[in-house]
Design a binder for this molecule. Structure first.
Ligand SMILES: [Fe+2]
Length: 163
């Protein structure tokens, strides 16, 4: 319960910087959740000769994405802001398209996920300079981890599309 005596959050990052970083992290959270849901959808609906390997790969990837959302949301809270967490709000915030209503062919799923991971990496990278400028190392560290993971996953998925 909020009270009049609640002390001001003073961690050495200005109110403006905290608000801007929380907004960027909200976009990253929405992107990550949307990519999580699409990846889980593809785990359920993939068909074809590569079923077993893609079904398993997508499970590993949606699990990693699911595990990524909590630290992003909790960093927003630590910066004094509210973490978004509903489909409508995520749809407003995300740069990614919703999962397709009709599941595409297996390799089209892979293409969709490559584009998704690269888009989330861009969202994280766009926010990095602001976090860096105001010495928000915890956010910079989180963004670095997220960029590493998305870029590695994008490379692995891309390799499936190469000869
Ligand atoms: Fe499953």
């Amino acid at each position: 319960m909020a009270t009049a005596t609640l002390p001001t959050l003073q961690i050495g990052i200005s109110e403006d910087d905290r608000a801007a970083i929380a907004q960027g992290l909200s976009r990253l959270l929405a992107d990550t959740f949307t990519l999580y849901l699409t990846t889980h959808n593809f785990h359920w609906n993939v068909k074809g000769l590569l079923f077993t390997s893609l079904h398993t790969l997508f499970m590993e990837q949606y699990t990693a994405l699911w595990n990524a959302i909590d630290p992003i949301a909790e960093r927003i809270r630590a910066l004094g802001h509210t973490a978004p967490g509903g489909y409508a709000r995520f749809a407003e915030l995300t740069t990614l398209a919703d999962a397709p209503r009709d599941p595409p062919a297996a390799m089209e799923m892979v293409r969709t996920l490559v584009a998704g991971h690269e888009a989330v990496a861009r969202t994280a990278r766009e926010l990095f300079p602001r976090a860096d400028q105001c010495s928000d190392e915890p956010t910079a560290d989180l963004l670095t981890q997220r960029m590493t993971s998305h870029e590695q996953t994008a490379w692995m998925l891309r390799s499936l599309l190469e000869d």
